[in-house]
Design a protein around this ligand. Structure first.
Ligand code: SF4
Ligand code: SF4
Ligand code: SF4
Length: 163
């Protein structure tokens, strides 16, 4: 039997607020209960679930987007996910300083990928249009992440950005 407190010590994330998977219960309960069986990764329709911190599953948006299909939660044999009727998560995209448009280079790749139009471009007189994220429209699907040529976009929990 693996000692629980030791398991936590080995697996606790430096940023536990970043949800590993949609609909996931909190990180402590998840790392206590997840057996790392890999069923969620095998079931993911976009194949974005990888072995993350401590070998636990987590989404990697560099591989693609989450379609919120709920397969990862459905296939999990442990009680580690909230019902599909609840919000998947609070995660939203964040555009970092590496954005080409911020360096006055034309690019709208992220906006083109965003189904909910959470990223819009504001025209600048005589300049390059700048991206603006409307967080309330962002589902945290991550579709904008892999298309960004400078890897400027991350998906974060806005409530914990300062921690
Ligand atoms: S909800 Fe679907 S697409 Fe998203 S991580 Fe789970 S299995 Fe993959
Ligand atoms: S795809 Fe990346 S570089 Fe292009 S506008 Fe969006 S954040 Fe900026
Ligand atoms: S995470 Fe999804 S919804 Fe949010 S800005 Fe990116 S593409 Fe749009």
């Amino acid at each position: 039997m693996f000692d629980r407190s030791r398991r936590r010590l080995l697996t606790r994330r430096s940023k536990p607020e970043q949800q590993r998977l949609p609909w996931m219960v909190n990180d402590d309960i998840f790392t206590d209960g997840c057996t790392r069986c890999g069923k969620c990764a095998a079931a993911c329709e976009t194949q974005i679930i990888i072995h993350g911190d401590g070998g636990f599953p987590e989404v990697d948006f560099k591989r693609g987007e989450c379609t919120f299909c709920y397969r990862c939660a459905d296939v999990c044999p442990e009680p580690l996910f909230h019902p599909q009727t609840t919000p998947a998560w609070a995660m939203v995209a964040e555009i970092g300083e590496g954005c080409l448009a911020y360096q006055h280079v034309e690019c709208r790749s992220c906006g083109d990928m965003c189904e909910t139009q959470a990223i819009r471009f504001r025209l600048q007189p005589g300049g390059v249009a700048q991206p603006e994220l409307e967080a309330t429209n962002c589902t945290g699907c991550g579709a904008c992440v892999s298309v960004c040529p400078t890897s400027a976009i991350t998906v974060v929990n806005p409530k914990n950005k300062e921690s």
